[in-house]
Design a protein around this ligand. Structure first.
Ligand code: DGL
Length: 263
């Protein structure tokens, strides 16, 4: 594990802008810690691809970040966590943190018995959330459901439109009717639509976003983080102007150091 005085950045990656929800929580909890964010914008979405392809993409992204001397890797993508976390942990010599186990912990701490999970097709197919939740509490009922259109809505900056609202109603009605008391946003893009999702599910359903619990786990693993004002670094595999615009609006800050990369 990294030492207290380790000034190296933490690498954070996702298929696109979704992992910024995790990036934001880590930088809130560890304000002096430099971060390198990689959005694989050339190949988003991951959620509709096969597990073999997601493992290949994830290894390429992680390898690229590892070459930039990061001290820890955060897989800020549920789809990549579900398909590739064990492979990444086996291949890299630094700690690798995923988002599913922290999300499952937060859901179990919140539920009174029935958890809904919305995620990409890949994550739902893997049943990674059901396994992680049942490992903690076998008696809880888990209903997993795919909500793939939330990803392009987030990537387009359409989170607060009536289109997003209608899509949310279609995806969430069956879960509400099934009587869930907790809803896990099992894709890091979905917290971008949190306001819209909250309006549809109402007060009866508690929303769990694994970004906060993942950031808390990162904090506990690195110990004391560097102090000062870090300059974060952003990497994308395509369309940097588009990333600058959408990420800047989401993080409410100028995206300064942005680089176009290829693997
Ligand atoms: N944000 C990612 C996730 O958490 C993937 C979205 C996608 O690329 O389909 O699953």
């Amino acid at each position: 594990m990294a030492t207290d005085s380790d000034e190296r950045p933490i690498g954070v990656f996702d298929s696109g802008v979704g992992g910024l929800t995790v990036f934001r929580e880590i930088s809130r909890l560890l304000p002096g810690q430099p971060l390198i964010y990689l959005g694989d914008s050339a190949r988003v979405p991951y959620g509709t691809k096969s597990a073999a392809t997601i493992i290949r993409y994830s290894l390429e992204a992680a390898q690229h970040l590892a070459e930039r001397d990061v001290k820890m890797m955060v897989v800020a993508c549920n789809t990549a966590t579900a398909a590739a976390l064990p492979t990444l942990q086996a291949r890299l010599s630094i700690p690798v943190v995923g988002v599913i186990e922290p999300g499952a912990r937060a859901a179990v701490a919140t539920t009174s018995g029935k958890i809904g999970v919305i995620a990409t097709e890949g994550t739902v197919k893997s049943q990674a959330y059901s396994r992680a939740i049942h490992a903690l509490r076998p008696d809880v009922e888990v209903i997993e459901s795919a909500a793939p259109l939330f990803v392009p809505l987030a990537e387009e900056g359409w989170a607060n439109t009536h289109v997003a609202r209608e899509v949310a109603e279609i995806y969430l009605s069956p879960l509400i009717d099934a009587g869930i008391d907790t809803l896990v946003l099992g894709c890091t893009h979905y917290p971008i639509l949190r306001g819209t999702i909250e309006k549809v599910v109402g007060d009866r359903v508690r929303i769990v976003d694994s970004a906060e619990t993942t950031a808390a786990l990162v904090k506990s693993l690195i110990g004391k983080s560097p102090t000062g004002t870090p300059e974060h670094h952003f990497l994308v595999t395509d369309a940097e102007d588009r990333f600058r615009r959408i990420a800047g609006a989401f993080l409410e800050q100028e995206i300064g150091k942005l680089e176009l990369i290829s693997f």
